[in-house]
Write a protein that binds this ligand. Structure first.
Ligand SMILES: [Zn+2]
Ligand SMILES: [Zn+2]
Length: 452
């Protein structure tokens, strides 16, 4: 099998793996790097010129996996795209939103090449989207060659799939983004036990070891306590979240907490894409029972829309909880603007609940010591960090030891590392070298071809 990682910037970035298996040319995901807007945020699709793609597989609907999908579909106008039923229900909304964001970025920042696609382009794509249910086998043919594909639940977010692929005697498993633990809205990953020849694994949390006493239930309790404390002292609590998955999960968690009298009474502001997706979550919940979500919780929580005029550098002085995107405090998002006003006041708190790329404002803020200056360059605001900045271990990604254990029991001959910063990949390379010395571990350099 030949493999090229088309994610040109490395790290997590724009996920896009090209595989050549027998006669088949397959692309797994086609994302967009959330860090910086621009053509460089796309995978390097020029490597696919002259290649006829037989199939594109979408593991799930986060933008780092689908953000460039309409572009590659435009360049390969006959290739079908395979995804789970829940992903099929979510993908259009995600891509439409992305087209809107890029249009705005074009107007405000004149990003060259933006928007990469329009809503019309997205609509043209939909006829080629194919669904495959979890645990069902689908066979693809190319002349005399054939392969079989099966999706497994990977827990990470609604619709997220791991991919099992059989070709002749070879068995390949791609974890995609994975979470083994159960969440309030979604069951954890259910992976098949046993042998695979080749394993492609995500490595997001390779550098994070969960400390004793920081298990998910404890972290939820700590988060609720922290919100209660902040509100009780008259402050404002900002939770930057991903619109897809994390927002709906936290709303469900807070709904439970309110019901049992554990979450203080205060206004909750939540809005934008996450709320639109919540309605889709209920539909998915009803039609597929792959997730558990009831839209009525939003009415129970009396959610308020995000105020339109969040002022850069101005404390909104509301005694409230804000659950808004982006999760990594990316420039020109509501969470970025709100943080620029909150940080300078000791009564407020900013609480991160998911992965933050070290180069994003969220990643940088987590490394800034209390009291030091923090600069919101895109807004021209500099402020001392007086608010509390905390991180709660509620990530949508598996613990490194769980992934390692899964990898070791597959007794794979080749293991390919993806979706991780260099340090995280290095941890996996070393740990696999010790625990599964018979495996060849690949940490693929972007754009380089490997025989796996
Ligand atoms: Zn994801
Ligand atoms: Zn991802």
């Amino acid at each position: 099998m030949k493999l090229i990682d088309l994610n040109r910037q490395g790290g997590i970035g724009a996920n896009c793996l090209f595989l050549r298996i027998g006669e088949f040319n397959i692309l797994v995901d086609c994302g967009l790097n959330p860090k910086t807007p621009g053509l460089e945020a796309m995978p390097d699709l020029s490597r696919l010129r002259g290649v006829t793609l037989d199939l594109i597989i979408v593991t799930h609907c986060h933008l780092d996996h689908i953000g460039s999908l309409p572009v590659v579909m435009r360049e390969h106008p006959k290739t079908p795209v395979l995804m789970t039923r829940s992903s099929r229900m979510l993908i259009e909304k995600m891509l439409h939103n992305s087209a809107n964001v890029m249009k705005r970025q074009k107007e405000e920042l004149s990003v060259p090449g933006y928007p990469l696609f329009t809503k019309k382009d997205v609509e043209r794509c939909t006829a080629r989207f194919m669904e495959l249910g979890f645990g069902k086998v689908r066979r693809f043919k190319h002349g005399k060659d054939s392969l079989e594909i099966m999706f497994h639940r990977s827990g990470h977010v609604a619709g997220a799939a791991a991919v099992e692929l059989h070709h002749e005697k070879r068995q390949l498993f791609i974890t995609g983004d994975v979470l083994f633990e159960n969440q309030r809205t979604l069951q954890g990953a259910q992976f098949p036990a046993g042998h695979f020849d080749t394993l492609i694994i995500e490595t997001t949390r390779g550098l994070t070891e969960r400390e004793y006493g920081r298990e998910r239930v404890h972290e939820i309790a700590r988060l609720v306590d922290s919100i209660n404390e902040t509100i009780a002292k008259g402050g404002c609590f900002l939770l930057p979240v991903f619109a897809l998955g994390r927002m709906q999960e936290l709303l469900s968690v807070f709904h439970d907490a309110r019901k049992f009298g554990r979450l203080i009474e205060c206004p909750i502001y939540a809005g934008g894409l996450g709320i639109g997706l919540a309605e889709l979550f209920e539909e998915i919940s009803r039609k597929t029972s792959e997730i558990h979500f009831d839209r009525r919780i939003m009415a129970d929580l009396k959610l308020k829309p995000i105020p339109r005029a969040l002022k850069p550098g101005k404390d909104p002085r509301t005694n409230a909880l804000y659950i808004i995107s982006s999760g990594m405090l990316v420039e020109r998002t509501p969470s970025y603007t709100l943080a620029s006003g909150l940080l300078g006041h000791a009564r407020n708190t900013v609480g991160f609940v998911g992965y933050c790329d070290p180069d994003t404002p969220g990643g940088k803020l987590l490394k800034t010591p209390a009291g030091a200056e923090f600069s919101f360059d895109a807004l021209g605001v500099r402020t001392p960090v007086k608010a509390r900045v905390d991180k709660f271990e509620l990530s949508g990604h598996a613990e490194r030891d769980e992934l390692l254990q899964f990898a070791v029991q597959t007794k794979a001959r080749s293991i390919v590392l993806t979706h991780g910063d260099p340090g995280a990949r290095a941890w996996f390379t070393e740990a696999l070298g010790v625990k599964l010395p018979s495996a060849r571990v690949f940490d693929p350099e972007p754009l380089k071809e490997y025989e796996v």
